[in-house]
Design a protein around this ligand. Structure first.
Ligand code: BES
Ligand code: MG
Ligand code: ZN
Length: 497
């Protein structure tokens, strides 16, 4: 665990991180620090070795016993700075120091940023970015030296008054909770698929939520799932040795009469494609096919720990999609919980099937709104690249709010269309709908046709986030290590506040 402190004067540190803008000199605080250290910072700036370009770094060794190093890191041009970039710079600085085995860091906070965003928001972003950067999935490394150094303390320094210090501390505190949800989601996602089965996912949720007040978990087994008529979830799980689970986490933080927001996450613990087997190179990384589930689980955990005065439900239809003699087949016709029938054209389009039952179940709550998160389509990746997730919703208000909050936490969403042509494309001649379809050609518009499929199971205000691209957003970057990146947790938390 990292501890955080806020102070005017840095104490004993392995390194003081000093972020600087391009084309802008030192703040008065840094100027006086520079003087104390005999002008080492201004020497570097004069030399033009370091110009403050985004993520540019310069490590300076001082002769000081208290602060032995100063890491300059570029923020880029001040006018171009946003939350996403700031967090990336913070994370990159933390990772740079951590990779050099430093564990006591200082970080200079610019007064200008506090003015622009508020002290609390800056504190929140600082701790989230630091914790996300410090996390490593390294429990399978057997070489001790290859393990990441555990950070002990980060001290935030600058010219603070009582109010800004308190604001920063409050933000840091909240950020610890938010990032613990993000890193929990990442941890679930990173766990190998032979371990991360539906029952393991359910037990991890139960174990981790047990001590959180007002957060209750119920796990439905195969028998209960059958009784509810969740024919799609059952079908997808049929080829696997592992039974499906339907995970329900409820957080009633407000009056029970107030309608809840329901989150639904795709929980395919491994997607081989089933009998419509994926080619080898497309099967790699399919342990990440439960990242929608991981994000809604992470988000409700944070919401409960922040004690939000909201009613929130998280639903996870969890199954493993495998080929075998008992597997469901192309040409099968399934019946979802809401009674609709579905022709299976491709068993690899399984996410929409389990979500059909998840979204149908959500109706039971007469929800205010439902947001589903799913690693649903390769087509969404093809459309948006790896740095944004697709947002599909017929609700203007949800679109506006989700776009705004995602931007404010530095996660990027891009609205994609729903519409009649996509819904038409999913109609079947022998069942109500089919699980595959395109507009004007089998391969066209298939992120939207997948969303239009989901829409059939909604009778409430609804938004769908396709985060297939986000899972590949984390090959490892200067500010985040390889593996699951927890996309969506922060957006959901901010949305729910
Ligand atoms: N889990 C995949 C989608 C996916 C692909 C997520 C790549 C992340 C990275 C999903 O179940 C799937 O296989 N979708 C198919 C649908 C098709 C068969 C209609 C796809 O996108 O190719
Ligand atoms: Mg699939
Ligand atoms: Zn899938």
């Amino acid at each position: 665990m990292i501890t955080y402190s806020v102070s005017q004067m840095p104490s004993k540190l392995n390194c003081l991180i000093v972020p600087l803008f391009e084309e802008k000199g030192m703040d008065s605080y840094i100027k006086s620090l520079d003087k104390e250290f005999g002008g080492v910072i201004s020497d570097v700036l004069k030399s033009k070795d370091f110009e403050g370009k985004k993520l540019q770094t310069s490590l300076i060794y001082t002769k000081d016993k208290g602060i032995s190093r100063i890491l300059l890191i570029g923020l880029g041009k001040e006018k171009d700075l946003n939350v996403k970039k700031y967090k990336e710079v913070v994370g990159a600085a933390v990772m740079t120091c951590q990779n050099k085995k430093m564990d006591k860091l200082g970080f200079f906070v610019q007064p200008g940023l506090i003015k622009k965003y508020s002290a609390k928001k800056v504190g929140l972003d600082l701790s989230v970015a630091s914790e996300v950067a410090a996390y490593a999935y390294d429990e399978h490394k057997t070489d001790k030296d290859a393990k990441v150094t555990k950070l002990k303390n980060i001290e935030f320094v600058g010219e603070f008054n009582v109010a800004t210090k308190r604001g920063l501390e409050k933000g840091l505190e909240e950020g610890i909770l938010v990032s613990s949800g993000v890193n929990f989601a990442r941890h679930l996602g990173n766990t190998p698929p032979t371990i991360m089965t539906p029952e393991y996912l359910a037990s991890e949720v139960q174990k981790n939520f047990k001590s959180i007040p007002k957060l209750n978990v119920k796990v439905l087994n195969k028998q209960e799932i059958t009784k509810l008529g969740m024919g799609c979830l059952l079908a997808v799980a049929r080829g696997s040795e592992h039974e499906p689970k339907f995970i329900i986490a409820e957080y009633w933080g407000a009056d029970r009469k107030r309608k809840p927001t329901v989150l639904v996450g795709k929980g395919i613990t491994f997607d081989s494609g089933g009998l419509s087997l994926k080619p080898g190179q497309f099967m790699t990384d399919m342990k990440f096919d439960m990242l929608g589930a991981a994000s809604v689980i992470g988000a409700i955990k944070v919401a409960a720990e922040l004690k939000l005065k909201k009613n929130i439900i998280a639903l996870v239809p969890a199954a493993e999609n495998m080929p075998s003699g008992t597997a469901f087949r192309p040409d099968d016709i399934l019946k979802a919980m809401n009674g609709k029938t579905i022709l299976v054209e491709n068993t690899d389009a399984e996410g929409r099937l389990v979500l059909a039952d998840g979204l149908s179940y959500a109706s039971k709550y007469k929800p205010k709104e439902v947001i589903d998160l799913a690693t649903l389509t390769g087509a969404c990746m093809a459309a948006l690249g790896l740095e944004r997730s697709g947002l599909f919703t017929p609700e203007e208000k949800m679109n506006e709010k989700l776009s705004y909050v995602s931007n404010s936490v530095g996660e990027q969403l891009w609205r994609m269309p729903l519409g009649e042509e996509y819904s038409e494309a999913m109609k079947s001649e022998i069942a109500d709908i089919k699980n595959m379809g395109g507009v004007g050609g089998e391969r066209y518009g298939t992120a939207s046709t997948a969303a239009a499929f989901l829409q059939v199971f909604t009778d409430y205000p609804w938004a769908h986030i396709d985060l297939a691209s986000a899972i590949y957003g984390s090959k490892g970057k200067p500010w985040i290590r390889a593996g699951a990146n927890g996309f969506g947790v922060q957006t959901l938390v901010e949305y729910l506040r």
